[in-house]
Ligand binder design. Structure first.
Ligand code: SF4
Length: 123
């Protein structure tokens, strides 16, 4: 099996070509550095992504607060986590870095605020 990837580790965006038998990598071409090779191996075996989104706010000066995962999540869990976050509301005031959803879906990953929200009337 052949698989083509674009490395997302740095702006060079190397085009990486993998030759595999099942999930066993036989050859990696196109990566200019070892970080790219590690990225390709991880992408094949257990792809992960950081999650950034917003949560609804109750009693704040804004209706939404931007949030992110404090670690990368398995790629297949991104949509389940998004569905879970759509059910949650955060109570203002909110501080930067405040954990708004701890151990989301038992992943060990926290969802934290990336900006503050003061108390207010966001109706
Ligand atoms: S392989 Fe290395 S040089 Fe190429 S995009 Fe990835 S990190 Fe950058």
């Amino acid at each position: 099996m052949r698989k083509n990837l674009t490395c997302i580790i740095c702006p060079l965006s190397c085009q990486i070509r993998l030759s595999c038998v099942d999930k066993d990598i036989k050859r990696i071409e196109g990566a200019l550095c070892s970080k790219g090779r590690r990225y390709a191996e991880k992408e094949l075996h257990c792809p992960t992504r950081s999650l950034t989104t917003t949560l609804e706010v109750i009693g704040g000066e804004q209706r939404l607060v931007s949030v992110k995962s404090d670690q990368e999540l398995p790629r297949e869990l991104l949509m389940p986590v998004m569905r879970q976050l759509a059910k949650l509301k955060a109570q203002a005031p909110i501080k930067i870095g405040q954990v708004l959803a701890a151990d989301i879906l038992d992943t060990g990953v926290n969802i934290v605020a990336t900006r503050p929200v003061s108390k207010g009337d966001n109706r």
